[in-house]
Design a protein around this ligand. Sequence first.
Ligand SMILES: O=c1ccn([C@H]2C[C@H](O)[C@@H](COP(=O)(O)O)O2)c(=O)[nH]1
Ligand code: ZN
Length: 154
Amino acid sequence: MSTVISWDQYFMGIAKLSAYRSKDPNTQVGACIVNAENKIVGVGYNGLPWGCEDTQFPWGNREGDMYDTKYPYVVHAELNAILNSIQNLKGCRIYVSLFPCHECVKAIIQSGIQKIIYEDDKYNDTPSDRAAKRMLDAAGVVYQKMTPFDIEIK
Ligand SMILES: O=c1ccn([C@H]2C[C@H](O)[C@@H](COP(=O)(O)O)O2)c(=O)[nH]1
Ligand SMILES: [Zn+2]
């Protein structure tokens, strides 16, 4: 019998597939924004801005002088998905492979997205994570953890 996946599995699958486009050697993140009609309106992954060549920026560095790390340069997956979107995002939901940081949460709230579905939360309880949840709770944006799943593709 063939496998039929749910909408949540379908959209999380697209978020996770998008993550494989990221050049980040430590954390690849993907995001998929969906409207109330279950239509995809934006996708993204963590990458450098237009014109910034992957070979000329310090993807591999996580520590030391910030200028020489990846952090000031990378556009986060959620922000890329929002910037790539093709419609107003009021009432949409976003599927993310990793729970969003506090900066992405600000963009999510301001865009009108109403629900976050995430899988990994490896930065749970860090200051960024706690600040993110504080803002989401205040703004009434729902967040829901999704159990990881595997499908066999023949
Ligand atoms: O909300 C988020 C948080 C992080 N990212 C990206 C930014 C970086 O490329 C990695 C995090 O790198 P670490 O080595 O795990 O610190 O994830 C994102 O896209 N969205
Ligand atoms: Zn972020």
